[in-house]
Design a protein around this ligand. Structure first.
Ligand code: C5P
Length: 227
């Protein structure tokens, strides 16, 4: 079987990563969560006070980008990859609502995108990869053999994210989460550099009313058709 590149893009909390991880496992492919990379840069910015304080300092963030070392390393317990920021496993910390509040602003910065896109393209040079994000089919791998664009209603997505955060013990309200999902969608789809948009040839996949199994089967079949 030939190895291909699979790009899964879409709005926040559409369940891209859940399906992407399963698909990668089924095909024996590498899975890359590009959202985790933008989140790790945001965590770095928060820790250094470049965002989250009285005033944002994006210039200082951009000036210190060379100090940021990002890596994915396998986690033997979960069988998945965790993201490391300058040698520290930050997989858990990047998923908080605090990081979600600032990540889309950080992701508008051209220098940040440039650095991360370059890393992503290197990771996918050998193909045999499922990558999820916002600009994978449009910018990172415009030649990907299979492109999926995931959608679901904002309420469905906020409910999923809310359940996930509560399960992790975060004290958040549904309204807060819904507001964040809407805000990120807006910033992500209206930013100047690589806005979130469906690649022309991408398959639009609305999963509002689909369970995980059905989603996986449908997308797995699309992949098998191409491979
Ligand atoms: O996928 P996730 O929701 O974790 O992504 C967090 C944020 O990172 C998105 O809301 C978006 O602002 C940014 N992002 C991006 N481009 C990507 C992946 C994520 O701009 N390829």
């Amino acid at each position: 079987m030939r190895k291909i590149t699979i790009a899964i893009d879409g709005y926040s909390s559409t369940g891209k990563s859940t399906v992407a991880k399963r698909l990668a496992k089924a095909l024996g492919y590498v899975y890359v969560d590009t959202g985790a990379m933008y989140r790790a840069v945001t965590l770095f910015a928060l820790r250094n006070g470049y965002v989250g304080g009285a005033e944002d300092n994006f210039d200082a963030l951009v000036a210190s980008l060379s100090e940021i070392d990002l890596r994915f390393r396998p986690n033997a317990e979960t069988g998945q990859s965790d993201i490391y920021l300058n040698g520290e496993n930050v997989e858990r910390e990047i998923r908080t609502l605090e990081v979600s509040k600032y990540v889309s602003q950080v992701a508008t910065l051209e220098a940040v995108r440039h650095k991360l896109v370059e890393m992503q393209q290197k990771m996918g040079a050998e193909k045999g990869l499922v990558m999820d994000g916002r600009d994978i089919g449009t910018v990172v791998f415009p030649d990907a053999e299979l492109k999926i664009f995931m959608t679901a209603s904002p309420e469905t997505r906020a409910q999923r994210r809310f359940d996930e955060l509560r399960q992790r013990g975060e004290q958040v309200t549904f309204d807060e989460v819904l507001k964040n999902v809407r805000q990120r969608d807006h910033i992500d789809s209206t930013r100047k550099v690589s806005p979130l948009q469906k690649a022309e040839e991408a398959i639009e996949f609305d999963n509002s009313n689909l369970g995980l199994e059905e989603q996986f089967e449908a997308i797995h079949n699309y992949a098998l058709d191409v491979i």
